[in-house]
Design a protein around this ligand. Structure first.
Ligand code: FAD
Length: 475
């Protein structure tokens, strides 16, 4: 008899969901965590970053109150109090993810590093445990790029950023992806000088170009400086980044936000014959290891074949649902990211649901209709003095929504509608016909959808029909 029905390695978003479901179904579950319960999302990721952004947005709102005729003195940033707010948010959520709560569910929580010692056994805290199935949920960590001089210079990652005791004077951020951009705006609005250095030709390289450029303008207005298409060739004391063109940017702090790498280091995968690559643990689309039938992988560390890894907390939750079907109920279940949302939580937020226009073209959709609605035409945006932003829909000629790109304040809150439409393959007419409360920013999407049908509605044939009907007596 194995010691556990299911051994879960890692108590982050993915591992916690899996452990809770398995325990709830009456299985004997071990949850092994070497660091903090809650993993990255709670301790070093989503929660502290959004808490810091909330403080930054409050400062920005105070600064722009004058545009509404409200005169306020320039806001004073009390850095220790901002940190207390950030850590307070973590502390309020922490009990949900705590070892005590999981022990209360009947889970055996082991606070140690787990490593495989056989195809069906792990070692943790000096003891060996056999398992029927093992779920690897060990997550990902910030990539430390191989740049000469970097190792000799103190740098920050998401694991240390929220511990900085004094407000950085000049924060250099290596990487202009979602994490880099969120932290750039947060620090700029909190009064730090910020420079983002991005090797790709532009920031937010994965995102729709039109929206990314508008976001860049908004961040620049907050004071964020950008160096794009800039390759760092050397890091020097300062810290300072030396670029390929010979220029040197010196700051007081350096944050690495140049991508994520799966945490494979301590797992001893070879002992269990679990195949992995640079992107994570290789799994089938049902998240089962391609090489060890007793092993599954979920969350950031999973690299499902054909689709690849995704580093989002909501994906960790989606994976847990797939695992229940595939591992526990032995039902067919597959990872599918067609309707997946992702949000860069800057202000304005950049939300992408499903495919961008470029992704749709890459996927072979050559004939596309692009429906746009600018927030400059949205009554709520105008009333609130925030008319910057756009809703862009990527639609097939037959009116099937493939993707939605939204740049707007709180754009993430609108993602659900588009996820539902894409996931359930609803026609665009469903959105065009939706009755939305007035005035809301969400109306922008409805208007963009409505525009798809306008040429048909105003066609000569329809006009002729209306002309004919005009002569008939009213019933
Ligand atoms: C700054 C930042 C902001 C983010 N913001 C968002 C956001 O707003 N929205 C969003 O959806 N996502 C966000 N993410 C991504 C999100 O945090 C991750 O996708 C999510 O945490 C992944 O969960 P996970 O369970 O796969 O891994 P993790 O949360 O990393 O958990 C893995 C756990 O495994 C443990 N572990 C590793 N190896 C072992 C071992 N051998 N033995 C025992 N334990 C081990 C680790 O200590 C860790 O606690 C953000 C990430 C960062 C860095």
């Amino acid at each position: 008899m194995p010691d556990f029905d299911v051994a879960v390695i890692g108590a982050g978003a993915a591992g916690l969901s899996v452990a809770a479901i398995c325990a709830g179904l009456g299985l004997k579950v071990a949850l092994i965590e070497r660091g903090r319960m809650g993993g990255d999302c709670l301790n070093f990721g989503c929660v502290p970053s959004k808490a810091l952004l909330a403080a930054a947005h409050a400062a920005a709102e105070a600064r722009r109150a004058g545009t509404y005729g409200i005169r306020l003195p320039p806001p004073e940033v009390d850095w220790p109090a901002v940190r207390a707010h950030v850590h307070g948010a973590i502390a309020r959520i922490a009990p949900n993810d705590s070892a005590a709560r999981y022990r209360g569910m009947g889970v055996t929580v082991i606070e140690a590093t787990a490593r495989f010692v056989a195809a069906d056994a792990i070692e943790a805290g000096g003891r060996t445990y056999s398992f029927r199935r093992c779920v690897i949920a060990a997550g990902s960590a910030a990539v430390v790029p191989d740049i000469p001089g970097l190792a000799a210079v103190p740098y920050l990652t998401n694991e240390t950023l929220f511990e900085v005791e004094e407000r950085p004077g000049h924060l250099l951020i290596l990487g202009g992806g979602p994490i880099g951009l969120e932290m750039a705006q947060a620090h700029a609005r909190l009064g730090c000088r910020v420079t983002v250095v991005e090797a790709a030709p532009r920031i937010a390289a994965r995102e729709d170009e039109e929206l990314a450029l508008q976001l860049r303008t908004a961040l620049a207005a907050d004071g964020v400086a950008f160096r794009e298409g800039a390759k760092v060739v050397r890091v020097e004391a300062g810290p300072a980044l030396v670029l390929e063109d010979g220029s040197r940017i010196e700051g007081t702090h350096l944050l690495l936000a140049a991508g994520r790498a799966p945490r494979l280091d301590s797992l001893g995968l070879a002992a269990a014959g679990v195949e992995a690559g640079a992107r994570g643990i290789r799994t089938r689309r049902d998240l089962r290891s391609v090489s060890n039938k007793r092993v599954w992988a979920v969350g950031d560390i999973a690299d499902p074949e054909g689709v690849g890894p995704r580093a989002f907390t909501h994906v960790a939750g989606q994976h847990a649902g797939i695992l229940v079907r595939s591992m526990l109920f032995r039902l067919p279940a597959k990872v599918d990211y067609a309707a997946l949302p992702r949000v860069t939580y800057t202000d304005p937020e950049l939300a992408q649901i499903g495919m961008t226009e470029a992704e749709a073209r890459e996927a072979g959709h050559t004939d596309l209709r692009i429906q746009r609605w600018s927030l400059a035409e949205n009554d709520r945006a105008i009333a609130e003095g925030r008319p910057e932003g756009v809703v862009k829909l990527v639609v097939t000629p037959k009116g099937r929504l493939l993707g939605a790109s939204i740049l707007a304040p709180r754009a993430g809150e609108m993602a659900g509608t588009y996820g539902l439409m894409i996931g359930r393959k609803l026609p665009l007419s469903a959105l065009a016909g939706l009755v939305l409360p007035y005035p809301t920013l969400a109306e922008g999407g409805k208007r963009a959808a409505g525009e798809f049908y306008t040429p048909k509605l105003l066609s000569p044939a329809v006009k002729r029909l209306v002309g004919l009907l005009r002569h008939l007596p009213q019933a």
